[in-house]
Design a protein around this ligand. Structure first.
Ligand code: ADP
Length: 376
């Protein structure tokens, strides 16, 4: 039996009100109609039987009594019908409120569980009405919350894992200096400084990635000639490339249309791809950066950029853009980066409205492609 909650009470009152109003209206109409009809019926009978004299003498009393009787019967029937209608209204409203209130209660309980942090809870309401739609929307919301929570948990776990190693190295070295085991020579201090720089870089990268993933990264989008920016970034890699005997080249066609980009973020995308190419290409390899117009449809014209190398390549393509993913987990941050360079590339390209993908073969090299929108 459903409890008389607010909604049940309101539904019952509404049903009873409708039933009472209906019965009152029907009663009034019936009484009016039957009284008039009954009088004219009696008159006709009297006239037909030639007893019109009796009217004058009041001899129609029995007929008046019959009318009274008849109307009283109708009154009783109306009262009975009213009582039945009210009882039916109460019963129906209880049944109906069961249909409405029970799912709402389930939704409320589910919302309370989610508020307590249990994102796995779902409501099972299969009706195809608005309540069913509400339940579906609720479940979709709970699913998204669960996914976000998992992302958040992984991020915290991965971040603390990434920070632990360089912090442990720093702690060990500083303690050794304090104990007099190693001397605070310029070389040893420079090594500490290097660790601190790596840490700051990691924290800055994580900040960028978190902002981008939350859609809160502010881009300063302006029509930009990418030639100048790309040249500057590529030039900054010339020295380390030369040291590894790697040939680094940049190919840009004349009359390159301008792209709608944030120049600083574009530099970051290209730098991340180039530092990977440099890291994963053996000595005397080649790295090529190409910029051109993509051959998409008329409305999808955009710039297509690529960074190809003749390095070690990789077969782990599905995960390569995942945060903290490294093909070789044994590599440390010092030897192989943080594993978030490509995640940042993906987010930054996405924030510009572009797309990024990779073609790679183990032992034969990789080519990373990305598109950027053209300025109108
Ligand atoms: P990391 O800092 O470890 O390089 P990234 O997110 O930049 O992190 O790259 C993720 C993984 O993708 C790398 O660990 C590496 O295995 C692979 N990868 C990235 N770029 C290349 C490349 N040019 N050649 C081969 N493998 C690459």
């Amino acid at each position: 039996m459903p409890k008389f909650t607010g909604l049940t009470l309101k539904l019952t009152l509404a049903f009873v009100a409708v039933a009472v109003a209906g019965i009152v209206i029907v009663g009034l109409l019936v009484k009016r109609a039957t009284a008039a009809q009954f009088s004219s019926y009696l008159e006709q009978i009297a006239r037909m039987r030639g007893m019109s004299r009796m009217w004058g003498k009041g001899g129609m009393g029995w007929l008046g009594g019959a009318e009274q009787n008849f109307l009283q019967r109708i009154d009783e029937s109306l009262w009975l019908a009213g009582a039945i209608a009210v009882a039916a209204a109460v019963l129906l409203s209880l049944l109906l409120s069961r249909q409405i209130v029970a799912p709402l209660r389930r939704l409320t309980l589910a919302a309370e569980r989610i508020a307590r942090g249990d994102f796995s809870h779902r409501v099972s309401i299969s009706s195809r009405d608005e309540l069913g739609e509400l339940a579906q929307a609720f479940n979709a919301m709970a699913k998204t919350l669960a996914e976000n929570e998992e992302v958040r948990r992984n991020l915290v776990a991965d971040t603390s894992h990434e920070l632990r190693t360089p912090l442990a190295v720093l702690q060990g070295k500083i303690e050794a200096m304090l104990d007099g085991v190693i001397m605070p020579t310029p070389d040893n201090l420079a090594s500490l400084h290097g660790e601190v720089l790596l840490l700051s870089r990691l924290v800055a990268d994580l900040h960028t990635l978190t902002l981008a993933e939350a859609g809160r990264l502010k881009l300063n989008l302006v029509p930009t000639n990418l030639e100048e920016v790309a040249r500057r970034v590529v030039d900054s890699f010339r020295l380390p490339a030369e040291e590894k005997g790697i040939v680094l080249s940049l190919h840009i066609p004349p009359d390159l249309p301008r792209a709608l980009v944030d120049a600083e973020r574009f530099s970051q995308i290209l730098s991340n791809l180039l530092s990977n190419a440099l890291r994963y290409t053996q000595e005397r390899g080649t790295i090529k950066v190409e910029v051109g117009e993509s051959a998409g449809g008329k409305d999808q014209r955009s710039l297509l950029l690529s960074v190809s190398d003749t390095g070690i390549g990789t077969e782990d393509l599905p995960h390569i853009f995942d945060r903290f993913y490294r093909a070789d987990p044994s590599r440390t941050r010092a030897t192989g980066g943080s594993g978030i360079g490509l995640a940042i590339v993906k987010e930054l390209v996405g924030a510009h409205g572009g797309r990024v993908w990779v073609e790679s073969k183990q032992g034969q090299g990789s080519t990373f492609y990305f598109t950027l929108p053209l300025a109108k």
